[in-house]
Design a protein around this ligand. Structure first.
Ligand code: DDH
Length: 290
């Protein structure tokens, strides 16, 4: 059947803003996590990987059922390390037993984007937990970083995204880091890995060389040899159909924010049907409430 959003009885924006505020406060208490990255990147990636299993052809996967704690999804190599984010949020599943896993994990991503200085992300609740085998996606639905631009284009087609949305979404690599123990890749994409900015695009347009090391093939910047790009990131420069948007976003952070907001909100809702007229919530940042 269709995955229709079902909001717990009586819950309103106020209830979800309360969860938002608790997540934001805990992020603030853990700013030193992961060498100063904090939990921003981790939570954005958790939201994305719980949504990115979607397949528009079979109408399977996506964030609705909150299945990442179950085998085989939990064991997908692409999800290595994301137990950190799920464990971080778990206390709020206990404190707010009415919130579903899918809602909590996607809300965590919204908090992380907004609190790290990014755009407002319109968000709608109503994902419903499943414990059924049939609702757990197979592994292999998340992208492989060793690939080229054609692969990236084709990958995101399965989710329903076009070139402009793909480039906008990849701007999330301004946050967080790669961890050899998770993915075989190493390091942050830039120096401001706890701030949501258009820095990923600015840096990508700089010059990069293949890093000489024992790990997976990745790139490092000519200027400082301290930041990284994945092969799939460099691919955005290699294909003219991506490069034009990289240039647009590098030159115009407001445009990047507007496009990212739309594409990320869409990503988090893939595979979910909303009753007609369901208006998204726009959460206030902690700063706006002070
Ligand atoms: Fe990513 N990403 N990502 N990514 N991603 C990694 C980390 C982070 C790919 C590969 C990797 C998106 C798309 C792609 C974030 C957000 C987003 C890591 C390192 C790899 C590898 C993980 C680790 O070692 O811990 C590939 C390939 C793609 C692709 O689509 C071609 C998208 C769409 C997003 C998004 O959020 C919209 C974030 C944030 C991180 C940092 C995680 C952390 O722990 O910090």
């Amino acid at each position: 059947g269709a995955n229709v959003a079902t909001v717990p009885q009586g819950k309103t924006l106020k209830d979800y803003q309360e969860v938002y505020n608790d997540i934001a406060a805990k992020i603030e208490e853990n700013l030193d996590y992961d060498g100063g990255a904090g939990f921003y990147g981790q939570l954005v990636r958790l939201a994305w990987h719980s949504s990115g299993t979607y397949d528009k052809n079979t109408k399977t996967g996506g964030s609705y059922y909150g299945t990442m704690i179950f085998y085989p999804e939990a064991s997908d190599g692409a999800n290595n390390g994301l137990a950190n984010g799920r464990d971080f949020l778990y206390e709020f599943a206990v404190k707010y037993p009415w919130i579903s896993r899918g809602d909590l994990w996607t809300l965590g991503g919204v908090v992380a984007v907004q609190e790290s200085g990014g755009p407002k992300i319109p968000w709608r609740p109503g994902r419903v937990d499943s414990y059924e085998k049939k609702d757990i996606p197979e592994n292999g639905n998340l992208p492989d970083a060793s690939q080229d631009g054609k692969y990236v284009r084709n990958y995101f087609k399965r989710l329903g995204f076009g070139d402009r949305e793909i480039v906008a979404l990849l701007g999330a690599h301004c946050l967080g880091k790669c961890h050899p123990e998770n993915s075989g890749y190493d390091g942050p994409w830039g120096p401001s890995f706890n701030m949501f900015t258009n820095d990923f695009f600015v840096r990508l347009l700089g010059s990069w060389h293949v890093r000489q090391w024992d790990g997976e093939k990745q790139y490092e910047d000519d200027e400082t040899n301290s930041f990284m790009m994945l092969p799939t990131d460099i691919a955005l420069k290699e294909e003219s159909y991506f490069l034009k948007y990289v240039k647009l976003y590098a030159a115009d952070q407001d445009l990047f924010f507007a496009d990212f907001s739309k594409a990320f909100a869409t990503l988090l809702e893939l595979g979910i049907e909303y009753p007609r007229g369901t208006k998204p919530f726009l959460f206030k940042t902690v700063e706006e409430q002070e």
